[in-house]
Ligand binder design. Structure first.
Ligand SMILES: Cc1cc2nc3c(=O)[nH]c(=O)nc-3n(C[C@H](O)[C@H](O)[C@H](O)COP(=O)(O)O)c2cc1C
Length: 195
């Protein structure tokens, strides 16, 4: 089974990317295939509501977004990792989320996939849970199934995440929760999608 792990940070090698790397190690060790998507390496721009995707089911503006969408639609699980920006997700991640509209318009291609989210901020209570809820809203609107960290909403950590003991536990819990539900549900190819 394939898990796609997305970092929503524009910064190379910083917390979100290191968390994605940790997730990649975790899923690989547990027998999954893992694709990482680092938005620091992309130039995905905001959706302009041109409605090209309404009939074509691809973004007419952004081949980079189409490339990422192909990965997401082939995944069984999707992990979103975002920096907290003003109590929400990063603009980079929001740009990607909006450009997944073609997947929704193409028979709900993300429906039934298992999703989870992790947010990292500078402050102890800087809005991590709110950023996680932003990610959850995107997942719910795609018809995905959400897991938290087997206790609360998902991963909520403070920069630098390696030094945040309690936050690190929420990251571990989130990865474990994704793993166990993926193993119970099996490949999302078996889920019947609305056409
Ligand atoms: C525009 C902006 C807004 C931010 N807002 C918040 C915030 O509301 N709460 C918080 O805890 N940290 C905030 N931060 C700090 C980042 O969340 C923090 O640097 C985090 O580590 C960034 O993720 P990264 O290390 O993966 O790039 C903000 C940073 C920027 C650039």
């Amino acid at each position: 089974m394939l898990v796609a792990c997305v970092s929503g940070s524009p910064r190379k090698g910083e917390n979100s990317e290191r968390i994605v790397e940790k997730a990649r190690g975790f899923f690989t060790e547990n027998g999954f295939t893992c694709e990482t998507i680092l938005l620091s390496g992309t130039t995905i721009t905001p959706c302009i509501n041109c409605n090209y995707c309404k009939t074509k089911h691809r973004c007419g503006q952004d081949e980079e977004a189409n490339r990422v969408n192909d990965i997401l639609s082939g995944a069984d699980g999707i992990l979103l990792v975002s920096p907290v920006y003003f109590g929400g997700i990063s603009g980079q991640l929001k740009c990607l989320m909006d450009k997944t509209l073609p997947l929704r318009r193409d028979g709900m291609r993300l429906k039934g996939k298992i999703g989870a989210a992790i947010a990292v901020g500078n402050s102890r209570n800087g809005g991590q849970e709110l950023a996680v809820k932003d990610a959850h809203a995107w997942m719910l609107i795609h018809g995905m199934v959400i897991v938290g960290d087997n206790s609360h909403f998902g991963g909520t950590v403070r920069n630098p995440f390696e030094e945040d003991g309690p936050g690190g536990e929420t990251v571990k819990g989130t990865l474990e929760a994704m793993k166990s539900l993926l193993l119970r549900v099996g490949p999302s190819g078996k889920v019947t999608r609305d056409e």
